[in-house]
Design a protein around this ligand. Structure first.
Ligand SMILES: *Cc1c(COP(=O)(O)O)cnc(C)c1O
Length: 399
């Protein structure tokens, strides 16, 4: 059987690769040739493991959610990435990449951000490592995400509002790539998800794979077996999902369920359901499914959750969907909100809106009582309180 991991050319089946402007060829090739050596070096592994433990707070708990298990008729475990420093899984990746950047002798870090979560995670590790940090953010998002902008500034980063295009994530990413083209020698670009040209999707997946390494050990200790029956995660670009499934990809007995953002409905025109609607295209250096119009123009995606509204999807996940290794469900805004309130009421955990989409997949699935389900809670809901309050389920019935 062909593996679902990346091949030597940076492809997952028909997806992936590195479609980049000529000027970036040298630095992308340099990264392709360096990243595995660094990741596999003793020095990196030691420092990375120590920071994950002492700075990020890993391992994160694998929590058997008793009341939620009862509701859905299975043994439901939550992988608590919400308990990480900075409130989500993103820091697993930024810590790893800044260590790689330092090893490569880079002095300046750039990043793109949509809601600001990846920007904050990047600014955090730049403060930690005393590196210059420039974060590109669409002007619309700068206005919508004031608190994260203030956090990045307090952490010492320069936030550059991007005024091209629709002034959101896609445009911020284009601007970060432009910056990289102008400063290829001294600048390292920390991408926030399993997207972008090879080697980023594989590098980010490997850095997030600590999630599934821990799941294996924790399940073995708590259930007496290291493999669950189901893994469930939400997908924006795909990094928390990649981390959750990484060690289980080539084990067909583990069923993989990915939740993408349906927005107001897959057919509504206001959606980020890339697997449901996307066609093969190229976005930010990778060949993958992209939501586009008949002329191939990228369509502006929509989701109530800022972390999921990306018009592409990581090449690993596109391949998993194309080859039916993963079931991909579109979870709409209202379903995610309902799921977030349900988790809060039953377990006392307020999830990030993104994670609420993974929870929103539960009512669409049927389990047997003895089946073991692991669902990753990718982040905490503090940042989403305004949205939750203005969309409380009782208010919903009046609209
Ligand atoms: C950014 C973010 C996501 C989406 O990104 P992925 O790369 O798909 O994981 C999901 N959950 C949270 C909490 C996030 O901050």
């Amino acid at each position: 059987m062909e593996s679902f991991l990346v091949n030597n050319e940076g492809y997952y089946g028909d997806f992936g690769g590195a479609y980049i402007p000529e000027i970036l060829h040298k630095c992308v090739t340099e990264l392709q040739q360096t990243y595995l050596t660094v990741l596999q070096s003793e020095a990196f592994q030691q420092e990375y493991a120590q920071l994950l433990r002492d700075y990020v707070g890993r391992p994160t708990p694998l929590y058997l959610a008793r009341r939620l298990s009862e509701r859905y008729g299975c043994r439901l475990y939550l992988k608590r990435e919400d308990l990480n420093h900075t409130g989500a899984h993103k820091i697993n990746n930024t810590i790893g990449q800044i260590l790689i950047a330092r090893q490569m002798g880079k002095k300046r870090i750039i990043a793109e951000t949509g809601a600001g979560q990846h920007g904050v995670a990047t600014a955090t590790v730049c403060a930690l490592m005393n590196m210059e940090c420039v974060v590109y953010m669409g002007k619309m998002d700068v206005e919508r995400q004031r608190v994260n902008v203030e956090k990045m500034k307090m952490l010492g980063a320069t936030v550059v509002p991007v005024t091209s295009g629709n002034m959101t994530l896609k445009d911020a990413t284009n601007e970060a790539i432009r910056d990289w083209c102008c400063h290829p020698a001294d600048t390292y670009y920390i991408i926030g998800s399993t997207v972008g040209p090879h080697p980023y999707p594989d590098m980010v997946a490997r850095l997030q794979s600590v999630i599934s390494e821990e799941i294996e050990k924790q399940l073995l200790a708590q259930e007496g077996r290291s493999c669950p029956d189901y893994l469930i995660a939400c997908v924006g670009g795909g990094s928390n999902a990649a981390g959750t499934i990484y060690r289980y990809l080539d084990n067909p007995e583990v069923q993989i369920v990915l939740a993408e953002a349906g927005g107001k409905g897959v057919e509504s025109g206001m959606t980020a359901a890339t697997i449901a609607l996307g066609k093969m295209g190229i976005i930010h250096g990778a060949r993958t499914y992209v939501i586009q119009n008949a002329d191939g123009q990228i369509e502006e995606p929509y989701s109530i959750s800022a972390g999921l509204d990306y018009p592409g999807i990581g090449p690993m996940h596109a391949n998993l969907a194309a080859r039916k290794r993963a079931v991909v469900l579109a979870v709409n805004d209202d379903e995610a909100i309902r799921a977030a309130y349900e988790l809060t009421k039953l377990e006392g955990i307020i999830p990030a809106l993104e994670s609420a989409h993974a929870l929103g997949a539960l009512p669409k699935l049927r389990f047997k009582p003895e089946e073991v389900v692991v669902l990753t809670v990718s982040g905490r809901g503090d940042k989403d309180m305004e949205t939750y309050l203005s969309h409380a389920p009782q208010a919903e019935t009046h609209s």
